[in-house]
Design a protein around this ligand. Structure first.
Ligand SMILES: *[C@@H]1O[C@H](CO)[C@@H](O)[C@H](O)[C@H]1NC(C)=O
Ligand SMILES: *[C@@H]1O[C@H](CO)[C@@H](O)[C@H](O)[C@H]1NC(C)=O
Ligand SMILES: *[C@@H]1O[C@H](CO)[C@@H](O)[C@H](O)[C@H]1NC(C)=O
Ligand SMILES: [Cu+2]
Length: 259
């Protein structure tokens, strides 16, 4: 009996840990770049196992909510990607995750920008203003193809648009003011108790010789979420099992800047 319950305990624990990931690469000029080439490197969690690197953040008040664990500075000195306002960019799930390089949990994703006060992105703490430039809740044309009849998909999960994708692409708004920015990708696996935040930040240099807008609303990270707020701390199954519809789910504040 004892050995059976031990086996159950540990394989279950492993399955949970397996389900984590980080965003370690960007899609730049339509190509998959290398891990940490443009993305700030993160540090493993202080837990004694191999999957510590991809352990998610569950503390909405932590500075690690900005760019991942120990990544408020660009200590790994990633490259800065020059691009034009209006160009597309993407973030990619790390391959080493046992989640097989995919966003394994049902949930919702977003992308954000914060302009550095100087030209030195590595020293920018990300403690300035942030605005949201993309939000995906339900399925879009970019969501993974579920129509292969040989594969059985869980309807309660595939209704979330970025679920099971290996990457997600978006556009830097056409009227983004020029400058050096942190671009942040966030995937939230909502939970009643401990919502999980999956994060990554890359360094970009936005050129814009055309019309320049006024980004907003502006928020601070951390500060943008409060533990227990109902649009983060809920069960993703609520939108499947109850009369709620995914189309009615409104991602947490702030709304996307329509620049
Ligand atoms: C994002 O763009 C890259 C490069 O074109 C592509 O390989 C990838 O499949 C795209 N991701 C999605 C989810 O469509
Ligand atoms: C955390 O970041 C600092 C730079 O701020 C770096 O020197 C250190 O190696 C990092 N810690 C870990 C555990 O990687
Ligand atoms: C999705 O997959 C189905 C079956 O595998 C295929 O027939 C269809 O063309 C695919 N759709 C897209 C948009 O790739
Ligand atoms: Cu997980």
């Amino acid at each position: 009996m004892k050995s059976i319950s031990t086996a159950l305990c540990c394989s279950a624990l492993l399955a949970v840990a397996d389900a984590h990931w980080i965003f370690d690469r960007i899609v730049y000029e339509n190509k998959w770049t290398q891990p940490y080439e443009y993305v700030r490197e993160v540090s493993p969690a202080n837990v004694n196992n191999d999957l510590a690197l991809i352990y998610p953040n569950t503390d909405p008040d932590s500075v690690d909510l900005r760019c991942g664990r120990n990544a408020t500075l660009g200590w790994s000195q990633p490259k800065t990607a020059p691009l034009n306002a209006g160009d597309s960019l993407g973030f990619i799930v790390n391959l080493a995750s046992v989640a097989h390089g995919r966003m394994y949990h049902p949930g919702f994703a977003s992308a954000w920008l914060s302009k550095a006060p100087s030209d030195d992105l590595n020293s920018y703490l990300g403690d300035g203003d942030w605005f949201k430039i993309m939000s995906v809740t339900g399925r879009t044309a970019q969501s993974f193809n579920t129509s292969n009849p040989a594969l059985k998909y869980d309807d309660s999960k595939v209704m979330w648009g970025a679920y099971n994708s290996d990457s997600w692409n978006f556009t830097i708004p056409a009227t983004t003011p020029p400058g050096k920015y942190l671009v942040r990708f966030e995937y939230i696996f909502p939970n009643v108790d401990d919502a999980q935040f999956y994060l990554g930040c890359a360094h970009i240099d936005v050129k814009n010789s055309g019309t320049v807008g006024t980004p907003g609303p502006l928020v601070k990270i951390p500060g943008v979420y409060k533990r227990g707020q109902p649009d983060v701390y809920f069960s993703s199954y609520d939108y499947y099992l109850s009369s709620k519809h995914i189309e009615d789910f409104v991602a947490p504040y702030p709304p996307v800047w329509q620049g």
